[in-house]
Design a binder for this molecule. Sequence first.
Ligand SMILES: Nc1ncnc2c1ncn2[C@@H]1O[C@H](COP(=O)(O)OP(=O)(O)OP(=O)(O)O)[C@@H](O)[C@H]1O
Length: 253
Amino acid sequence: MDENTAVIQVRGLVNQFGNHRVHDGLDLDVWQGETLGLVGGSGTGKTVLLRTLLALHQPTAGSVKLMGQGMIGVDEARLRARRQQIGMLFQNGALFGGLTILENVALPLREHTRLSSAVIEELALIKLRMAGLGPEVAGRYSNELSGGMIRRASLARALIMDPALLILDEPTAGLDPINAAAFDDLILELSDLLGLTVLMVTHDLDALWQVTDRVVYLGQGRVLETGPIARLSQSEQPEVARYFSDRRRPKEA
Ligand SMILES: Nc1ncnc2c1ncn2[C@@H]1O[C@H](COP(=O)(O)OP(=O)(O)OP(=O)(O)O)[C@@H](O)[C@H]1O
């Protein structure tokens, strides 16, 4: 895929719950290698969009392609194979409390490959290290780790299958500003190093300035405006302008 290849392509997406139309003909392209921030007011359908992309939610209408492959009307076995190519980090990390950190990170490899335990362990330790966690963390459980460490372990697990696409749902929510900034740095560093395409839902203005190449504003059921954060934050569209003026001002970008 080259730079003009859409890693994510959404066309005419409609999601309706009863009388409530959340998405109303939404089109979206996420380009190879870019880091895209997805923003919008509460209830504008950011999470529903992520769930639709991953075929965890069946839309009312429209088409979704990830890396050129359709995600709608596809059988569960194919979907599972396609989801393996995507790294996902959901809100609050979602690690299994009964497994050690190493077991959590290694789980997708255990489920989807026939690699030996020794190789799986080695790969999981490498991914932990990439996420900034040393081997001393491997045998611990999530309730023994700080919020920032849990987020890093979740990122290690999201990267374990060497995905080309990383989808993050509010990755720094609940972290203090120092840990949030350190996590933003990590995402930036790894996306550059690994050539990842990143789609990130966030309300964190600092993250938008620090990490994203482009931001998409979701409103009125579709993409209301898109562009670099420097432009979007100066938008003349009242709804977009209000969203940004309601949030704290960023430090110097
Ligand atoms: N399964 C469902 N059944 C009915 N309504 C739903 C369902 N899932 C989502 N919705 C509705 O869809 C709308 C969009 O929800 P969504 O969680 O995607 O918003 P969001 O943009 O992620 O919001 P926030 O920024 O507050 O997390 C909301 O009004 C929500 O109540």
